[in-house]
Design a protein around this ligand. Structure first.
Ligand SMILES: Nc1ncnc2c1ncn2[C@@H]1O[C@H](COP(=O)(O)OP(=O)(O)O)[C@@H](O)[C@H]1O
Ligand SMILES: [Mg+2]
Length: 307
């Protein structure tokens, strides 16, 4: 039975949870950094070289983290994931899914195209146009959020609230990602994180931010709430739109009661969610990967041989 490669530079709590969950299913796993992987394009050799898997490719790959870097470095890391998939190795979530969701512009575009409620968003290069959009939004009584295209855990996100804040309106790596701020329903600040695995919403929590930034990494607290069918349905549709095996979906309920999808994470952390959820999330992920991608594949292979 092939060992599983857990792609991460920082195994930590999540790495331990996954290792234990795979072990319970009879699979050994190893941590691998994409920075140590190579493409060896020579005849007669496995073209993707992963430390510890030089003689046999992994039975599956669980993507827990992709290092940052230059565009070329990130493209290369994704090349490794794409190549593994093309070589028949299940990659969970695969490189295409990671690509679509790491890029906030493409996520917003795809969500909107699929008819899901997502905030008005503008992505552009021109400073003059960015200032015009921001000024217009402020004049019409809206706050504006600016985000880095490739960002996570609330890093680099700013809120433009008044004309003098326009001073802070700068592009991130040359690109403006501007989004209308959604005022949330209820007291204070909160949003929902929904965990979807294999097209099913399996867990939810409310994140209550110290400010409008509701990331757990920014100090938001986690509260258990019931999963209502409207949020569940929206989260599942968002994940289907981005074609992911599993994801963490950020949803805000606006002051009119409408749910709005903010983000779909293809490499979500779940430590906060686990603290308010009874079932073992790592086990659910490991079971899904093994069931749908390893066992099913093996079943098909056996059928093919016996035909
Ligand atoms: N348009 C928005 N309106 C209101 N709050 C937002 C908006 N966009 C982001 N936020 C807040 O900022 C947090 C982080 O934004 P998000 O787009 O999820 O980026 P990240 O990848 O950094 O988590 C969200 O969870 C939410 O609390
Ligand atoms: Mg988020």
């Amino acid at each position: 039975m092939g060992r599983i490669a857990i792609i991460t530079d920082d195994p930590g709590w999540h790495g331990k949870q996954l290792t234990q969950a795979f072990a319970k299913l009879g699979f050994a796993s190893d941590f691998v950094s994409l920075t140590d992987c190579r493409l060896n394009i020579e005849s007669g050799r496995i073209p993707v070289v992963i430390p510890g898997f030089e003689h046999e490719l992994p039975g599956a790959v669980f993507v827990r983290g992709i290092p940052g870097g230059s565009l070329e470095e990130v493209v290369f890391y994704l090349d490794i994931l794409h190549a593994l998939k093309l070589l028949g190795v299940p990659v969970y979530n695969d490189g295409r899914a990671v690509e679509r969701s790491v890029d906030k512009a493409m996520t917003s575009f795809l969500l909107h195209q699929a008819g899901l409620f997502t905030p008005m968003t503008w992505v552009l290069r021109s400073s003059a146009d960015a200032f015009n959009i921001a000024e217009n939004e402020l004049k019409n009584g809206h706050y504006l959020i600016t985000k880095p295209l490739f960002g996570s855990q609330g890093e680099g996100i700013r809120r433009i609230e008044k004309m003098t804040d326009l001073f802070w309106l700068t592009p991130s790596s040359g690109v403006y990602y501007l989004q209308r701020f959604v005022r949330c329903a209820g007291d204070g600040f909160s949003d929902y994180r929904v965990f979807v695995i294999d097209n099913r919403a399996v867990a939810i929590m409310r994140r209550r931010g110290k400010s409008w930034l509701n990331n757990v990494a920014r100090g938001a607290s986690c509260e258990a709430v019931d999963l209502n069918p409207v949020i569940a349905d929206m989260a599942v549709k968002a994940v289907q739109t981005l074609a992911m095996d599993y994801a963490g979906v950020d949803i805000i309920q606006n002051s009119s009661g409408q749910y709005v999808v903010i983000e779909v994470n293809s490499i979500p952390a779940w430590k906060g969610l686990q603290s308010v959820f009874q079932n073992d999330i790592a086990a659910l992920l490991a079971e899904d990967l093994v069931d749908r991608h390893i066992n099913r594949k093996n079943r098909f292979n056996v059928t093919a041989v016996s035909c």
